[in-house]
Structure formats: structure tokens, C-alpha cells
Design a protein around this ligand. Sequence first.
Ligand code: IMP
Ligand code: MG
Length: 183
Amino acid sequence: MINDIESILVSEEKIAEISTRIADQINRDYANTGKKLVLICILKGSLMFSCELMKRITLPVEIDFMKVSSYGSKTTSSGVINIHLDIKRDDMEEVDFIIIEDIVDSGRTLSHLVRYLSERGANSVKTCTMLDKPDRRTVEFTPDYCGEIIPDKFVVGFGLDYDEKYRNLPFVGILKPEVYGGC
Ligand code: IMP
Ligand code: MG
């Protein structure tokens, strides 16, 4: 696996730092809201980052899961968001959601999910991403919490995959373009 990585972009230590910084912000922002705080882990990519955040949040918090896909080919978004696993709750107006993503690319997935949960009556919906590639935006979208802004490179590791592989790398690395036939 490691031979397919061009360079390490975000180290394990840096991800720990990012997680502490964002969890501290969340601990401040959601203290004494009187509502339920629910993190939504977007499967599969944000699994590892969601764990890092969760263990640093000191407020009472629930975790829920959604599974969505937007990718047409293996490295580019199709633009169509499919929800494969949805949350089931009857207390939406009591809930402050924070959607946790691995990376924001075109911005379509998160802008779609924010609209979707808001329309279902959530008290509030915010977004948190480990990585952001703002150069790739096709819709206007800014995450509420962002770990690290990165250049327009295809990255893998710490949850992020190429063709379902590399998710278990403990850091985020740039995938060698020859692995996916890019240049
Ligand atoms: P968006 O809807 O275009 O913002 O797509 C976000 C989703 O695309 C992420 O949740 C990832 O699954 C995927 N994605 C975007 N860029 C990368 C990347 O560099 N490596 C792996 N997956 C990526
Ligand atoms: Mg993803």
C-alpha cells in the first residue's frame, strides 16, 4: 500500500491536533443548548475522523450514521447524491446535528445533506470536515468546522479510499496518479 503513496499530506499527529481543536470548538459552541447533540458519521469515509472527534467531545452526544454516494467514476463526483442509509428519528426538532465528513470536494454532498435534514425539521444542522479542497467547488458551500485545507490532489487514508482501498492507512497521503491512471 505504502508504495502507492506519493507523499504524506496530513500526519497522524496532525489529525489528532485537528480533532482536538475542532472538538474544543464544539464543546464551547454546544454547551447548554438544551437540545440533543447528534453527530452524523457519513459512511464509510468519515469513520476514523468521527471516532477521533467523538472521544474528545466532553458534552453528552449521540452518534448516528448515514451512507451516501456521489461518485460516478472512482475519482470524480457524478453530481447525483444517493442516500443508501438514512437516519430514523421522530425528535428532529429537538436535535442539533453535526454532519461529519472526510473531505469536501464539489460541495454537493454536504450542501444536499444540510438541506435534506433541515427540511426534515432539524433544530439545526452544521457540518464538520477533516479536509477541504475548495479549488474543486461546483456549488457554493463552506463547512462550519474544517480541519485542513488541501490542494486539488486525490488523497487516501484515514478513512478515505480509492476503489475501497487505503482506508486503513493511519495518515492522509497523496495517491500516485499512475495508480488511478491520472497524470
Ligand atoms: P463532494 O460531494 O464532491 O463534495 O464529494 C465528497 C466526497 O467525495 C467525499 O465524501 C469523498 O467520499 C469523495 N472524495 C472527494 N475527494 C476525494 C479524495 O481526494 N479522495 C477520496 N475521496 C474523495
Ligand atoms: Mg465520502
